[in-house]
Design a protein around this ligand. Structure first.
Ligand code: B1M
Length: 211
């Protein structure tokens, strides 16, 4: 790995979002491609963050800083990647379900999955079943990710899966769910394809689903 890519990787791990813009621009000026910076600088950094987070060696505030550092670089790289038509690992439509305004965990899942090379279509929070269905029809993602943080809203995930079945698009994608009250047992009961306990596991699961 070149020095600058290894520095970018370390900056993700350290959550250095302040210097990330300059360093990303410097890498581009050194004629490194956006794809190279993503695959060999940002992604290895985010992989490391995922491993340390799952092992309990990094905590949510540190991961949020890493996500912010990654975001600072991606704001520069995303338009270049789109322009050059670089293939991503696939699209993920992501959202927090209707009635639920918690989005910190969902945002972390989005950043980790972006760090794993996916294109994220983040619908936001308080998202109704029909909005999920419309987004699936429009974007045709490989994966749908739903988040719920309230025991009162987690059942909405089941309604969304039913709405996808009724719209005839359920079998076109894998469904991954998560959030504090959600369990593997619940995921199995409502017919989701997977449950992830945290953002790093969600990125691992997305990679498995994308094959
Ligand atoms: Co609220 N809230 N909240 N809240 N809130 C909880 C969830 C609660 C457990 C607090 C408590 O009472 N102890 C409780 C729920 C109880 C229950 O349902 N049994 C609760 C309540 C009751 C409420 C209100 C009803 C309070 C009120 O108004 N009376 C209200 C509801 C509003 C609504 O949504 N309609 C409310 C409001 C809020 C705030 C707006 C103030 C704020 C949210 C701000 C925001 O998100 N922008 C808030 C917060 C911050 C919390 C706590 C304190 C923290 C949640 C959080 O962000 N955690 C929370 C208590 C707690 O969890 N300790 C609480 C950090 C985050 C990184 O973790 O979201 O779990 P988490 O995400 C993890 C995993 O769950 C997983 O990965 C993430 C990262 O590792 N994950 C996924 C999440 N989504 C995933 C999706 C995946 C895979 C993994 O696949 C797609």
């Amino acid at each position: 790995m070149s020095d600058i890519l290894s520095t970018i990787s370390t900056m993700v791990i350290e959550g250095n979002f302040v210097d990330m813009v300059d360093k990303t621009n410097a890498a581009l000026e050194e004629s490194l491609g956006a794809e190279d910076i993503l695959n060999n600088g940002l992604m290895p950094g985010m992989d490391h963050v995922g491993v340390e987070f799952k092992a309990g060696n990094m905590f949510v505030p540190e991961v949020l800083r890493s996500a912010k550092a990654m975001q600072a670089a991606m704001d520069i790289l995303r338009p270049i990647l789109a322009e050059t038509g670089v293939e991503t690992a696939g699209k993920i439509v992501l959202g927090t379900v209707k009635g639920d305004f918690h989005d910190i965990g969902k945002n972390l899942v989005g950043m980790m999955c972006e760090g794993a090379g996916f294109e994220i279509i983040d619908l936001g929070k308080d998202i109704a079943p029909e909005a999920f269905v419309n987004a699936i029809k429009e974007h045709k993602p490989k994966i749908l990710g739903m988040s719920a943080m309230l025991t009162t809203t987690m059942r909405t995930m089941e309604r969304i899966i039913k709405a996808l079945e009724e719209a005839g698009v359920r079998d076109t994608l894998k469904i991954m769910i998560g959030g504090a009250p959600v369990t593997l047992d619940f995921a199995n009961k409502i017919g989701a394809d997977g449950y992830a306990a945290n953002a790093a596991s969600a990125a691992d699961m997305a990679k498995q689903f994308a094959g």
